[in-house]
Design a protein around this ligand. Sequence first.
Ligand SMILES: NC(=O)c1ccc[n+]([C@@H]2O[C@H](COP(=O)([O-])OP(=O)(O)OC[C@H]3O[C@@H](n4cnc5c(N)ncnc54)[C@H](OP(=O)(O)O)[C@@H]3O)[C@@H](O)[C@H]2O)c1
Length: 302
Amino acid sequence: MERVQINHNVDYSRVIQGFWRTKDWQKSTQELNRFIHELVELGVTTMDHADIYGDYSCEALFGKALALSPELRDKIQLISKCGIILPTDRLELFDGHRYDLSKSHIVGAVDRSLKSLGTDYLDTLLLHRPSPLMNPDEVRAALDTLVEQGKIKSFGVSNFSNTQYDLLNSDIKSHKLHIAVNQLQVSPYHAEPMYDGTIDHMYQEGVKIMGWSPLAGGKLLNLNDDKAKSVMSIISPIAFKNNVAPTSVITAWLAKHPATIMPIMGTGQIEHMQDAVKGLEVELSDQEWFDIYVAVLGQDIP
Ligand SMILES: NC(=O)c1ccc[n+]([C@@H]2O[C@H](COP(=O)([O-])OP(=O)(O)OC[C@H]3O[C@@H](n4cnc5c(N)ncnc54)[C@H](OP(=O)(O)O)[C@@H]3O)[C@@H](O)[C@H]2O)c1
């Protein structure tokens, strides 16, 4: 599996596994442990989490499964996110729905994630969402602390527009801190970042893109959805021609973009992940890529 260099001491697998839906998979600890082993054997070593997933429960489910095979820790990259507060019975502090990018919240959230995941460092910490109340100095102070304590090896953002990225980056770069990744919603269903300037700017800045919901959360495979139906009417014959699953073509379409988009698959089935990974071997022609793009846009290019 191709590797993508994130900073001087972290690299990711080109295809990433997301753990948002861990609770829905209803896997036992042993089954989840087996799944992690299978992912690593497939070369999918990068694992995306967030504190809030599954009502603040998914990281701990993963942590229990990882604890059965501690030797796996050095073979995988753990990403987690913080900054969203959702009301939950699990944590008394969290009594509303808001964003919090204060130093105390970020540092506290990382400590909670490390405890749940059963590790003493994150390969990458991401701010989950931009906040209108973000004070870059607070974020910088949190990062200084976390880097000094050895709790994070790299840092990034998620769902940040170009101006939100610039605001934060211009502050933290003076402290030799670096925004390494921006995790964005991008798929052959939701292609806005490809034409609203976000991916162009990240490419220019050398920031790698993690693409969340590459199958639009499974919607692309739901043929009751008119847009999905139209996009899949282009993808399916290409898949047939290459003797691969339609999801392989979706990975190939994202991978062809020169900015290095790493799809984060949300499947809980290793066979589905195998199909996605296979897409890295599928070479789409420029015409095939544009045929899919036009179907996503819903109109021809000018
Ligand atoms: N930063 C953010 O704001 C943000 C937001 C949302 C998600 N994320 C990240 O992105 C990850 C992926 O999101 P997602 O779960 O929406 O991704 P997705 O890969 O677009 O959708 C996954 C869903 O599609 C289903 N599916 C149906 N047929 C499939 C097939 N043939 N192959 C693969 N999947 C199939 C999966 O079910 P099966 O399990 O049955 O395959 C699963 O329910 C999350 O886990 C999370 O890490 C980040």
